[in-house]
Design a binder for this molecule. Sequence first.
Ligand SMILES: *[C@@H]1O[C@H](CO)[C@@H](O)[C@H](O)[C@H]1NC(C)=O
Ligand SMILES: *[C@@H]1O[C@H](CO)[C@@H](O)[C@H](O)[C@H]1NC(C)=O
Ligand SMILES: *[C@@H]1O[C@H](CO)[C@@H](O)[C@H](O)[C@H]1NC(C)=O
Ligand SMILES: *[C@@H]1O[C@H](CO)[C@@H](O)[C@H](O)[C@H]1NC(C)=O
Ligand SMILES: *[C@@H]1O[C@H](CO)[C@@H](O)[C@H](O)[C@H]1NC(C)=O
Ligand SMILES: *[C@@H]1O[C@H](CO)[C@@H](O)[C@H](O)[C@H]1NC(C)=O
Ligand SMILES: *[C@@H]1O[C@H](CO)[C@@H](O)[C@H](O)[C@H]1NC(C)=O
Ligand SMILES: *[C@@H]1O[C@H](CO)[C@@H](O)[C@H](O)[C@H]1NC(C)=O
Ligand SMILES: *[C@@H]1O[C@H](CO)[C@@H](O)[C@H](O)[C@H]1NC(C)=O
Length: 284
Amino acid sequence: MAAAHLPRIPVFVFPLLVFLGVHVPPSHGSPAPAPLPLTSYDPSICLETKCGGIDIRYPFYRSSATRETPDYKSNYSCGYTDLEISCQGEWPIRTPVIQLGGDNYTVLDIIYENHTIILADSDVLGVAKCPAVRHNMSFDDMWLYNASSNDNLTFFFGCNHTSGGLGMYQINCVGFNSPFGSGPSFVFTPDVQAPEHDLVCNKTVSVPVIKSELLTLVASNLDTFTSGGYGDVLKKGFELVWNYTDRDQCYQQCEQSHGQCAYSSSREFLGCLCNDGKSLWKSN
Ligand SMILES: *[C@@H]1O[C@H](CO)[C@@H](O)[C@H](O)[C@H]1NC(C)=O
Ligand SMILES: *[C@@H]1O[C@H](CO)[C@@H](O)[C@H](O)[C@H]1NC(C)=O
Ligand SMILES: *[C@@H]1O[C@H](CO)[C@@H](O)[C@H](O)[C@H]1NC(C)=O
Ligand SMILES: *[C@@H]1O[C@H](CO)[C@@H](O)[C@H](O)[C@H]1NC(C)=O
Ligand SMILES: *[C@@H]1O[C@H](CO)[C@@H](O)[C@H](O)[C@H]1NC(C)=O
Ligand SMILES: *[C@@H]1O[C@H](CO)[C@@H](O)[C@H](O)[C@H]1NC(C)=O
Ligand SMILES: *[C@@H]1O[C@H](CO)[C@@H](O)[C@H](O)[C@H]1NC(C)=O
Ligand SMILES: *[C@@H]1O[C@H](CO)[C@@H](O)[C@H](O)[C@H]1NC(C)=O
Ligand SMILES: *[C@@H]1O[C@H](CO)[C@@H](O)[C@H](O)[C@H]1NC(C)=O
C-alpha cells in the first residue's frame, strides 16, 4: 500500500525545485544566508557538578567550565553569563560563591524546581558572631530578580546618638565592631520608620533577608535580636529568582527545543549547545 504512493513524491517535488531555480537570479550571485556552522563541543561543560553539597547545573555553570568559541573570538559558558559559580577553598571544605555587583555571595542552596537561589553575603558567614555588613546589595536584573520573600534590614553605623527613643535598636553584641566610624550602631527592621533625622551616622547599609526568618526572631525578642540574633538572620541569607530571558533568541532558538544556551562573557547569546554534543553557532 505505502509503496504505491512513493512514485508520486517526485512529481510534487520536481516542479518546486524548478520553481525555485527559475527565480534565483544567477547574475546577482546574491549569497544565501551563511549556514550555521555545526560543530561539536565538549559536553562536559554542561554536566551537573557539585560544590560544597550544592548541585550546579544549567543555567548556572562553574567558572572552570568555560571554553573558547570555534572562531577563538571569545569564551563561552553553558549557562547565563552572570550565573557563574566559583568553587572556593580546598577539599573537603569547598564553598560555592557567586559575584553580584562585584561582591561575593555564598550559595546556600539552589532550588531548580521554583527557580530560586539562596545566597548569603560571604563577609557575614566568615564571622562567628556579631557580623557587620559593609555594602548594599546590587545586581543587574538581566537574569536574577529580587524575591517577594525578602525584607530589608537597615544598619546605621558609627552614629552620634542624639535622640533617646532609639536605644532599643542599638547593636549591643559583644565583640561587634562598626566598619564605618566608631560611634554606636543601630539595626532597624522594615516596620520601623527610618529615623534619618534622629541619627547622625557615618554610613547606612540596607540588605535583604528572608522575611519569615526576621519575623520569627524579632517577634520573640528584640533584645535577643540586637545582641546577636540579627547575625543569625543575616546568615540565613536571602532569595533571588531567575527565569527565562526573552531579550534574545536563547529561549526561542534553543531552550524551547531542550538545548542549552551558550553565552559570551559579555552576555551575548552565541548559540545553542544541543544534547547530542553538537552546537549551533549564531550567524551574524
Ligand atoms: C578565554 O579565557 C582564557 C582563560 O581564562 C583567557 O586566557 C583568554 O584570553 C580568553 N579569551 C578571550 C577571547 O577572551
Ligand atoms: C571575592 O572572592 C575572590 C576569591 O576569593 C577574591 O579574590 C575577591 O577579592 C573577593 N571580592 C571581594 C569584593 O571581596
Ligand atoms: C522555593 O521553594 C523553597 C522550598 O520549597 C521555598 O523555601 C522558597 O520560599 C521558594 N521560593 C520562592 C521564590 O517561591
Ligand atoms: C547604601 O545605600 C544607601 C541608600 O541608597 C546609601 O545612602 C549608602 O551610602 C549605601 N551604603 C554603602 C555602603 O554604599
Ligand atoms: C525586594 O523585595 C522586597 C519585598 O517585596 C522588598 O521589601 C525589598 O525592598 C526588595 N529589595 C530590593 C533590593 O529591591
Ligand atoms: C567614617 O568611617 C570611615 C571609615 O571607617 C572613617 O575613615 C571616618 O573617619 C569615619 N567618619 C566619621 C565622621 O566617623
Ligand atoms: C559625631 O560627633 C563628633 C564630635 O562632635 C564629630 O567629630 C563627628 O564628626 C560626628 N560624627 C558624625 C558621623 O557626624
Ligand atoms: C531595600 O534596600 C534596597 C537597597 O539595598 C533599596 O533599593 C530598596 O528600595 C529598599 N526597599 C525598601 C522597601 O526600603
Ligand atoms: C522574570 O521574573 C520577574 C519576577 O517575577 C519578572 O519581574 C520579570 O518580568 C520576569 N522576566 C521575564 C523575561 O519573564
